[in-house]
Structures are given as C-alpha cells and as structure tokens.
Design a protein. Structure first.
Lengths: 249, 217, 222
C-alpha cells in the first residue's frame, strides 16, 4: 500500500468527559478520494470522533495524524493544520453579520491571503455549482436552512481542504431540504473528494460511501463497503441497527 | 416667571452645561475603554486579570457614585493622592461606568454562539482573526443597546458632580436658588439644560436600536 | 489617633450605621410604595386602550429623562416654593423615589406580562382552565418568576440612588461621616479616607448580596 495516499490516520483514540468514556480505542485510516460514512445510534461517539479529528476536543489517549502531522487540541499551530481540514456543522455556523459571499471568501482572504479576484471567481463558481449563484449577496438570515447548509459547504470547499468532515449536516433541516444538500455532497463524493460523513440518512450513506463504519459504545462495530454492509452485514449489532430503520406491521 | 432673571443668568447655565458635557463625555469614553479591557480579561479568563476585573466590576456596580466621589475627593488626599475636581469627576464616572460597560460588553462577547467559534476555528482563523472578524462584529450589535443605556445612565449620573465642588448644572442651580430665591426660574433652566443634553442622545440611540433590530442580527 | 481608630472610637460606628439607616429607610418606604403603584401602573400599561397606554408611556419617559437629583431639587426646592408647604428632605426624597420607582416597576411588570408567550395562554385555555384559573396557575407564577430578579435589581438601584439625599440636606451616612471627620480633624487628619472607605463598603455589603441573589434567581428561572 502506498502511504502517500493516507490523508488521516487515527491510532488508539480514547476520549472521555470526566468519568464518561465516549470513544474507547479507535483506529481509522482514510485515503485520498475516499468517502467514509460513520453511522450509529445517538451517543455512540461518532460526532465526538469527528470533532477530535479537527482538534475541537482534547483527547486522553492515542493520536490523530493529518499527512503525518499531529492534530492536537489547544496547540498554537493547530490553526495551520485546520486549514487543510474542512468542517461543516449541523447548525450551519454561517456568520450572521456577513453576506454569503463574504462568509465564503473570509478564510481564503484572511487566512490564506489569496488574491481577491481569483478567490471571488472561485467562490462564485462554487456557489453556482450548488445552485446559490443568485444568493451571493444575501445574508444568512434571508436563506432557508438548506441554502444555508449548501453555503456552509462551499465555505469549507473554497479553502481547498485535503479532507472534509460533515457532522450530521442535514439533522436540523426540514425533510424536503435534505435532498438538495445531500445531492451536493453526493456530487462531491463522485468527483473524488476525501470525506468523513456522520449521518442518519441510510439511503444517502449507501449511495455516497466507499466504506461504511458502524460505531456503538465508543468503538467500531463493523466496517464494510456499502453493498456488503447494507445487504449482508457481518455482525448482529449491524443487523439490529439497520432494522430500526424499517417499519413493518 | 421672571424673564429678566433668565436672560441675565442663562450664560451661567451654558458654561456649566459645557463643563457637565465635557467631564461627562471624557468619563464615558474612559468607561468604554475600561469596560472593553475588563470584558476581554474576563472573556479569555486571563489569570489574575480575570479576578481583578470581576472584583472591580462588582465593586463599581454595587456602590453609589456619590460615595465613590467622596472617597476620591475627600478621602484619598489624606493619604497624599490629590485630584482636582475635574479629574475626580472624570475618574469617578469612569470607575462607575467601567463596571457597567464591562458587564454589557462581556455579555455581548458571550452571546456569540459556540458553532461560530468552531466554524472559525475549522476555517483556520487564529485567535486574533476570530476576534476581529467573527466575535467583535456580532458582539458589538448585541451589546449596543446595553452600552447606549449605560451612556444615558452615566450622563444622568453627572448630576452628582456638584458634590465634589464642580461648578456643574446642579451647582449653578443650587447657587442661584440659595442667593436669589428665584427657585422657579433656576429650576426651569436646569430642566431645559438637561433636556438639551440628554434628549438628543436618547433619540439618536432609539433610532440606532431600531435599525439594529430591523437588521435582525 | 490612627485614622481607622476613629471609625470605632466612641459610638462613631453606630452613628454611621444610624446614618445609613436614614437612607435605607427612605429606600424601603419608596420601594414598598413603588411596588404597589407600579403593579397598578404595569397592569394599566397592558390594557388595549391606546390613550391609557400613551399616558403611561409619557409618564415613564418624563420620569426617566431627568436625573433623579434634578427631581429631588424640583420637589424639595420647587414644590416648597410654589405651594408654600415646607417639605422635609426625607419626605421629598420618598415622593421622588416613589414616583420614579413606580414608573420603573410599571415598565418591569408590563415587560414580564408581555414576555409570556401566547401559546401559554392558548394551551392553558385548551386544557379547559377558566380565566381566573389560567392567571392563577399559569400566567402569574411565570410573571412573578421573571419579575422578581428585576425588582431586586431595581431595589439595589434605589438604595444606591438614595445616597443623593445628602445633597438636599438630609443627615444621612455621608453627612454623619463628615461630622465625624471634622470632629477628629486634629487628632486623626487621615480619618476621611477610612470613613469614606467604610461607607463605600457599607453600601457594597448591602447591594452586592442583592445583586448576586437576583442573578441567581434570573439564571434559575431562565
């Protein structure tokens, strides 16, 4: 295997809040171009895992490496590493005092110090691609939830991160807006973006993932390609988890 | 109403109104600066400074300005720290106002949602960039109504300055009442002078708040 | 004699406390009267009648726009002059602080009522509660919860503001302090710093616990 391809590598990660162990020893390797989907019941630690990957949470044991460089909570140099990691949150996190375009251009201009013309061109192109070309000058409060979330995805993309972390990005949306957001993500997955996605949308997981990971109780229970995981899972736990999504009388 | 009295003595009121506004204005500007510094020390929980700022805020907010001024003007000189009346007015108002401003500004800073801080962090913004681009603009619009209310409050508090022998509006009014018994005229001019000072500020602030409210930030 | 010894010499400290009680008494009477009048005023401000609302609003703004000390002067010097009635400083102070306190209390009461969301009324009625029951079990308890911390805050503001009465000739703690300082000006020339620091702390000891208490209540009811 070619090690150059490894984008993020997690080794023996443990994380707890006080007595409460959230992540209890996780190893995970994500390669360039891969889309990994994390699923599992509420409180299984999948969102916390994602936050640890971006250094938003202190960890107790193990390590997170991005291209071999450690991602450590509270370290001064962390903001440099974070430029290579894009993250999209459940509640959008668009800055309310800036237009959509200003939100998108903030990091390239202030952090990466790129030329304004070039950034604006790229930002507009990306906004067009997700169907928000006409909303560039709008403020977040004037947008629907689905539009805000698409704008938030663009804001992360424009930094050209090595990997994107998507944390339940459709959980706060009305059902009819879920589709428009997931279509954008599916498009990214097909075009070879490296992503780790936490979601509850099983149909989307099946369509977008190269690899599906089921977490429960802070550990990885099963890890398989989607065609295997959803048709014929190896573990009883996975079967039980999947059965909670179907209804029968 | 004795109009000749009013025409004779209104220049005294203008003079003392200018003094009130000058000392008050300086004190208010200083109190905003003190407030910002204290709020930042408390927001980032800077060791030692955090504790000092919090203690100062409580001391200044829970004691009357007139007592603070008496301590500054009559107390401190006895241990060799002498202030002029003017300095005393500015320092006293800034001491009182700094505490109120620090509370208002801190709650503005704390109102910025955690998601915005995390979004800024994951975009790679460093602490300073996050403060200037993300926290301050949002905190400013949240804190503005409270800061404006503080300014009006402090403007009204300037009426206590006469207690430390500043020849302000109250001092002038009391002087005229004591000397000439022209109570009605002296008080009428006093009320008009304060209206001229406070009313425009109050109206501007109301309009400003309405605009902020409409912007819906 | 050292400056701080003056504080505890003879019955000096008791005299200071006596002076403090003068202002406290003024505040307590004014707060009590303000509560009664303010609740009535607040109720009047929530009625649908536009004229009543406008009158209340004008009253509130007129009271608020002037410094309290100006009002003290108007009542203490002005009323005496125009009516011929000689008011004591204390009475004038109670009048002013009650007029002011009632206005602020009224606004707080109005704010507390307005802040109760409409669905609280609707779900109360949907449960089949009568109008009186709706208010007794649903609306008033929530209003009082929101109101209490604000009323305590207003009370500390009134206690601090009553310190102004020394400027209309009431012999309160600052005046008593000055008397003590003057009496000891040869024995203990630095007494002033101790006496005024003591008065400063006295106010702090009264107001700080009230602020903490109101903050705690406000946090709990959030």
């Amino acid at each position: 295997m070619d090690n150059e391809d490894v984008v993020i590598e997690v080794k023996g990660l443990k994380k707890s809040f006080g007595e409460n162990v959230i992540i209890n020893g996780i190893d995970l390797t994500v390669r360039k171009g891969e889309t990994v989907v994390l699923i599992g019941p509420s409180g299984c630690g999948k969102s916390t895992l994602l936050r640890c990957l971006n250094g938003l949470e202190p960890i107790q044991e193990g390590s997170v490496l991005l291209h071999g460089e450690p991602v450590e909570y509270g370290k001064r140099s962390l903001y440099k590493i974070r430029q290579k990691i894009g993250m999209v949150f459940q509640d959008y996190g668009l800055f309310p005092h800036m237009t959509v375009l200003d939100n998108v251009m903030l990091a390239p201009l202030k952090v990466q110090k790129r030329a304004k013309d070039e950034v604006k061109k790229e930002a507009m192109a990306l906004l067009e691609r997700v169907g928000l070309g006409d909303k560039a000058k709008s403020y977040p409060s004037q947008l629907s939830g689905g539009q805000q979330q698409r704008a938030a995805i663009v804001r992360s993309l424009v930094v050209r991160p090595d990997i994107m972390l998507l944390d339940e990005i459709t959980a706060a949306l009305d059902p009819e807006m879920v589709h428009e957001v997931l279509n954008v993500v599916l498009d990214l997955a097909k075009n070879g973006s490296t992503m780790i996605i936490v979601t509850h949308e099983m149909a989307f997981a099946e369509a977008a993932a190269n690899r599906v990971i089921l977490m429960d109780g802070g550990v990885i229970v099963e890890e398989n390609p989607p065609e295997k995981f959803f048709k014929d899972p190896d573990t009883e736990r996975a079967k039980r988890f999947l059965s909670t999504f179907s209804y029968s009388r | 109403m004795d109009w000749s009295f009013i025409t004779e003595y209104y220049p005294l009121y203008i003079e003392s109104a200018v003094l009130t506004v000058t000392i008050g204005g300086l004190g208010i500007i200083l109190s905003v600066i003190v407030g910002i510094l204290c709020a930042i020390a408390r927001y980032y929980r800077i060791p030692l400074l955090n504790g000092i700022a919090a203690a100062y805020t409580e001391l200044s907010r829970n004691t009357p300005l007139i007592v603070q001024l008496f301590f500054l003007y009559f107390g401190l000189p006895k241990i060799g720290i002498v202030f002029s009346s003017e300095t005393c007015g500015v320092v006293g108002l800034a001491f009182l106002g700094g505490g109120y401003m620090s509370e208002s500004i801190l709650s503005g800073l704390l109102s910025v949602r955690k998601t915005h801080l995390e979004a800024a962090a994951s975009l790679g913004l460093n602490g300073f960039q996050t403060m200037t681009n993300v926290i301050l603009p949002q905190a400013a619009s949240v804190a503005t109504p409270a800061v404006c209310a503080n300014v009006i409050f402090l403007l009204k508090e300037t009426s206590v300055f006469s207690a430390v022998s500043l020849a302000d509006l109250m001092y002038t009014a009391k002087d005229l009442i004591g000397m000439y018994y022209s109570t009605t005229e002296a008080l009428t001019m006093l009320v008009i002078a304060y209206l001229i000072i406070i009313l425009p500020v109050s109206i501007v602030f109301t309009l400003l708040e309405r605009r902020l409210h409409r912007a819906g930030i | 004699m050292r400056g701080y010894e003056v504080l505890f010499a003879g019955n000096n400290f008791l005299r200071l406390l006596g002076g403090l009680w003068v202002t406290l008494r003024i505040s307590l009477i004014s707060i009590a009267l303000s509560l009664v009048l303010g609740i009535l005023l607040g109720a009047a401000m929530t009625v649908k009648n536009k004229a009543v609302k406008a009158v209340c609003k004008v009253y509130l703004e007129i009271v608020r726009i002037m410094p309290q000390l100006v009002w003290l002067f108007i009542v203490f010097f002005g009323l005496t002059r125009s009516t011929g009635v000689n008011l004591s400083g204390e009475t004038a102070a109670v009048i002013v602080f009650t007029i002011w306190g009632a206005a602020e209390t009224g606004d707080l009461v109005r704010g507390a009522f307005v802040s109760i969301p409409k669905h609280q009324y609707e779900s109360g009625l949907a449960l089949g509660l009568g109008k009186a029951q709706l208010y007794i079990y649903v609306i008033l308890p929530q209003t009082i919860r929101r109101l209490t911390p604000n009323i305590i805050n207003l009370s500390t503001r009134m206690i601090k503001t009553t310190a102004l009465v020394s400027l209309i000739g009431v012999t309160e703690v600052l005046k008593v302090g000055k008397q003590i300082i003057d009496a000891n000006r040869y024995d203990a020339p630095d007494a002033a710093v101790w006496v005024y620091a003591a008065i400063f702390l006295m106010y702090f000891v009264i107001c700080f616990p009230l602020s903490v208490f109101s903050k705690k209540l406000a946090d709990r009811f959030k």
